[in-house]
Design a protein around this ligand. Structure first.
Ligand code: DX5
Ligand code: ZN
Length: 220
């Protein structure tokens, strides 16, 4: 089953509660929250106090994408802020297993991500411990970028690595996802689609989510 995680980065920040309710009503399965530190990526978004505040607006699962260096420093605080799934980047630290264990110790789902230029093969040792893998389909840091085609190879690699050890792990894609690229990703094995601008900037987000679902499911 294909799941949708609209990225709040593309929302109107002056009315977060109504923006969240709008995508929830449109069929979002979870909400993608992009935390950037201006070091791991050349941009700064919002942080943990904001996540904690919006936690009061909805019960939808929070899928927090940490684009920060040394994410291990913040697993306690992001867990307390209300994250349900915590994603960190392979490229952001050396102590990957420690970070995964810290996430699990808080009872949260652990996800590791690779940037487009990183070969997803690096994830192999961690797959037994992960609940989800995030294949970045743009260079992290900004919404509204174009989908990078060669990232499809990383989706196929992630799918194969999971199959090799007989583990069902969600494969998420993030960046430039729209009804056309959703089908490409689903065909390559992705089942959790993050979409920022295509959903939040739409007059009718339900129509866009339905359209992405149709095209993704038709590609399976
Ligand atoms: C980019 C973020 C994405 C971003 C996606 O670094 O990780 O989640 O919001 O935005 P779109 O869907 O507009 O490419
Ligand atoms: Zn993201």
């Amino acid at each position: 089953m294909i799941k949708f995680s609209p990225s709040l980065l593309a929302a109107d920040f002056s009315k977060l509660e109504s923006e969240i309710k709008r995508v929830e009503a449109a069929g979002a399965d979870m909400l993608h929250l992009d935390v950037m530190d201006g070091v791991f990526v050349p941009n700064i978004s919002f942080g943990f106090p904001v996540i904690k505040s919006i936690r009061k607006c909805t019960d939808i699962p929070f899928d927090v994408h940490l684009m920060i260096t040394e994410p291990g420093r913040y697993i306690d605080v992001v867990s307390d802020a209300g994250a349900d799934i915590i994603t960190f980047h392979y490229e952001s630290c050396e102590n990957h297993l420690e970070v995964i264990n810290a996430i699990k110790a808080h009872g949260k789902k652990a996800c590791m991500s690779v940037k487009p230029k990183t070969n997803a093969e690096v994830l192999k040792p961690y797959i037994p411990y992960l609940d989800m893998i995030l294949i970045m389909t743009v260079e992290p840091g900004f919404g509204g970028q174009a989908f990078i085609e060669h990232t499809v190879e990383n989706m196929r690699t992630a799918k194969r690595l999971c199959k090799e050890i007989g583990r069902e792990v969600d494969i998420q894609v993030d960046g430039g996802i729209n009804p056309v690229t959703a089908a490409v990703c689903a065909e390559a094995g992705a089942n959790v689609l993050v979409a920022g601008s295509s959903v939040f900037r739409a007059d009718d987000p339900r129509k866009v989510i339905d359209e992405m679902r149709r095209s993704a499911e038709a590609a399976l």
